[in-house]
Design a protein around this ligand. Structure first.
Ligand code: TRP
Length: 328
């Protein structure tokens, strides 16, 4: 059976972009594959240095996945930091990673570009080795479990290529020890737009947190940027942020209906209300389950602990093979 694996960073409550781009497709896949789904808490340590926040964020992610329907009896769900083997492998892989690879990583290059834009003399200002090495840790996450497929958003494809390249370098030296993974990009989801039309991202502050209450959800949706065309003027559904988001939460026939309303002339407030109702309908039950988990995180601890045990059983076997190959 093929193995899929994916991780989600614990940098605060997941948003609708994470839900559509990562969580939902991964949970769907988990029904037909052996799957590993983990909370990449040590990745988030590149940004989050407050211990209470660090700890709490793990619960938010775990509760989210479970609320969205992940079945911990079938899929293995765990905290990255519980799997010590990942970090040993990360070091081994680092010794097979040309530094030039990391110089070319998008996330690193973005930070450097921002520094230069801001007129900073030091292009590496504020960049930790954790951030620089991030793709190596991510490679270890994946390669340790011999994952065949890694469902990710388009922005993560480069990281999967790094994992393959690093594994290949290792294998070139020691033989076929590490399995090469493949990125599994959900084509139809692509990049989810945020409230301002750019990619939905916490760092742009244009995101819709997944489980805000209905009232707040509506308020956020009402903030979506629109032009000043009057309510009665016909509007182009193919060129509308609201419609793009609506597609993710509606059936084909519901889309036809809204499309027709756009062409007749719809007020932006009305379009937003339709979008709000669709999103709220899909999320309200999940929100309830989420809130119940968050009220009693000991239930989450138990699930994560059991997941880590299962994951470590596999991790140990694979790491042993790699250590042996190296000559440890
Ligand atoms: N880098 C991913 C992100 O920011 C999260 C992640 C960490 C991940 N390790 C992974 C995803 C391994 C897939 C596989 O979204």
């Amino acid at each position: 059976m093929e193995t899929i694996l994916t991780g989600i960073q614990s940098t605060g409550q997941p948003h609708i972009g994470n839900y559509l781009g990562a969580i939902k497709p991964a949970i769907h896949l988990a029904q037909s594959f052996q799957s590993y789904l983990f909370i990449a808490d040590y990745h988030s340590l590149t940004k989050i240095h407050r211990s209470d926040e660090f700890h709490h964020n793990v619960y938010e992610v775990a509760a989210t996945w479970l609320a969205c329907g992940l079945n911990p009896e079938k899929a293995v769900i765990y905290r990255q930091s519980d799997i010590r083997e990942i970090f040993e492998l990360a070091w081994i892989l680092a010794c097979f990673t040309p530094k030039g690879f990391m110089n070319r990583a998008h996330s690193y290059k973005d930070k450097v570009a921002k520094n230069l834009e801001a007129g900073n003399k030091d292009p590496d200002f504020g960049i930790s080795m954790g951030l620089f090495n991030y793709p190596i840790l991510m490679s270890a996450d994946i390669l340790l479990f011999s994952a065949n497929k890694v469902p990710v958003g388009e922005d993560q494809i480069q990281h999967i290529e790094f994992a393959r390249d690093i594994a290949q370098k290792f294998n070139n030296n020691y033989g076929d020890i590490i399995k090469l993974p493949e990125a599994l990009v959900q084509k139809e989801v692509k990049i989810v737009p945020g409230l301002d039309g750019r990619k939905m991202s916490k760092s742009y502050n244009n995101h819709i947190p997944l489980f805000v209450d209905s009232k707040k959800l509506r308020k956020l949706i009402m903030k979506i940027k629109t032009d000043s065309s009057p309510p009665e003027s016909p509007k182009d559904p193919e060129n509308s942020l609201i419609f793009d988001l609506y597609k993710e939460f509606s059936t084909e026939s519901q889309q036809q209906e809204l499309r027709a309303w756009y062409l007749r002339g719809i007020g932006w407030g009305e379009a937003k209300q339709v979008l709000f109702e669709a999103i709220d309908k899909e999320l309200s039950e999940k929100r309830e389950v989420y809130n119940q988990f968050m009220e009693d995180p000991s239930r989450l601890d138990k699930i994560l602990f059991e997941g880590a045990q299962k994951a470590r059983d596999v991790a140990k076997i694979n790491l042993d093979k790699i250590r042996e190959a190296v000559g440890v």
